[in-house]
Design a protein around this ligand. Structure first.
Ligand SMILES: C=CC1=C(C)c2cc3[nH]c(cc4nc(cc5[nH]c(cc1n2)c(C)c5CCC(=O)O)C(CCC(=O)O)=C4C)c(C)c3C=C
Ligand SMILES: [Fe+2]
Ligand SMILES: [Fe+2]
Length: 369
């Protein structure tokens, strides 16, 4: 009789990349310092950044704390991301590889350093960096990948690593969003008088215009996502707009702003269904900015109805889409957005099968000490 044990399954460490959020009121300031001293966010000469970043963080602390106070003093992002990781592991449980999910947040715990140590201790055969940002931006995925590379180099983690840079027009991802929009649209329609028109605002996080002008593909990818979602919506005479929220610096940001769209809808007496299109999890910018601040503004402008599509969180359609993307990455023998070495910036970060466009990226090469 043959008693040979089956060969162990290859191990795949999936590192979910997200922004992170403060876990207590006293974490708000250091979280903001981490954010505003990131060269991908604050694009000023390196010698000014630590000072200016701390100053901006200091000024932003009180309003941010007030926002977090509305949702219990902390961001729900860690728990929601952990739940996404568990759901993804479960979805991949029957596959040929043994997949384990880890979380690397960019600005609050668990951050890349601690996660890289945990990944190293698990001894994976491969690593897949999977951003919880459907669209690539140098400020989000780009920054997280740079931080991961530095952390991996520090702990000597040198297994083959792939980056799934973006999935903005993935039909399964878009299908999940479309299903959520369809449901919310029907609910909103049912609660409105028939003569009141309903408009869908696809609201994405904004970016300073200068970042987009320097080659960041984010805005283009957001538009691709909206087109992919709308293509799957079967809503006759759909009225929809792409707009941008969460401006936090005085520079010019990309538009139209979600706030301007609230004002326009008020003037036109059109009801609104707001769909977050660049966030896959609920957090302060959906639960506070969209649900509290913008709702109040909509009322102020006389918008005749204000509704919101929930973020995906661990919705099975979203997790199923991620599982398929992981399988496709596994089946591919090259990095989806390849990068050469631990400190080397990719020349073409956005040039991958998912980006469907060749975009020269100018990603800051170094991280703050
Ligand atoms: C210049 C500043 C900022 C840029 C550019 C930016 C881009 C960007 N951010 C997200 C997603 C998230 N942002 C979150 C919080 C957050 N972001 C900024 C600033 C910029 N973001 C600040 C100051 C904060 C802190 C909250 C606040 O002060 O209002 C979060 C997490 C929030 C949570 O509750 O945990 C996410 C997620 C994207 C997608 C993006 C560009 C594409
Ligand atoms: Fe990509
Ligand atoms: Fe942000």
């Amino acid at each position: 009789m043959d008693h040979a044990l089956p060969a162990p399954r290859p191990r795949l460490a999936i590192v979910l990349l997200n922004l992170g959020g403060p876990d207590a009121p006293e974490s708000v300031r250091p979280f903001l310092v981490n954010l505003f001293t990131d060269p991908a966010i604050l694009r000023v000469p390196g010698f000014i950044r630590p000072w200016l970043g701390r100053l901006i963080a200091w000024r932003r602390t009180k309003p941010a704390q007030e926002n977090y106070a509305i949702i219990g003093g902390r961001s729900p992002l860690r728990e929601l991301t952990e739940a996404q990781g568990q759901a993804l592991e479960l979805a991949l449980a029957g596959d040929a590889m043994e997949a384990r999910c880890f979380i690397a947040m960019r600005y609050w715990h668990p951050m890349s350093d601690e996660t890289a140590r945990a990944v190293q201790a698990w001894s994976p055969d491969r690593v897949l960096l999977l951003p919880l940002y459907p669209q690539f931006s140098t400020t989000t995925t780009g920054s997280s990948v740079i931080a991961w590379r530095e952390a991996a180099a520090k702990v000597g983690l040198s297994v083959p690593t792939q980056v799934l840079c973006c999935y903005h027009s993935d039909p399964r991802f878009a299908g999940g969003v479309a299903a959520a929009v369809t449901k919310s649209y029907a609910e909103a329609r049912a609660s409105l008088p028939p003569e009141v028109k309903l408009r869908v605002l696809f609201s994405a996080h904004g970016l300073p215009e200068s970042i987009v002008k320097s080659g960041d593909p984010y805005q283009w990818q957001v538009e691709q996502t909206v087109a992919a979602v709308v293509a799957q919506l079967e809503i006759e005479g759909l009225d929809h707009v792409v707009c941008y929220q969460s401006r936090v610096t005085p520079q010019k940001w990309i538009g139209p702003s979600t706030e301007d769209e609230l004002e326009r809808a008020g003037a036109e007496k059109v009801a609104l269904l707001v769909c977050p299109i660049a966030f896959v999890s609920e957090h302060s910018e959906t639960l506070v900015e969209l649900d509290v601040e913008y709702r109040e503004e909509a009322e102020h402008f006389g918008v005749p109805g204000y509704f919101r599509v929930p973020a995906q969180n661990s919705d099975p359609a979203f997790i199923g889409a991620l599982a398929q993307l992981v399988r496709e990455a596994e089946a591919s023998d090259r990095a989806l957005c390849s990068f050469a070495g631990p400190r080397q910036c990719p020349k073409k970060f956005g040039d991958c099968p998912h980006a469907k466009a060749k975009v020269e990226m100018r990603v800051p090469a170094t991280q703050p000490a």
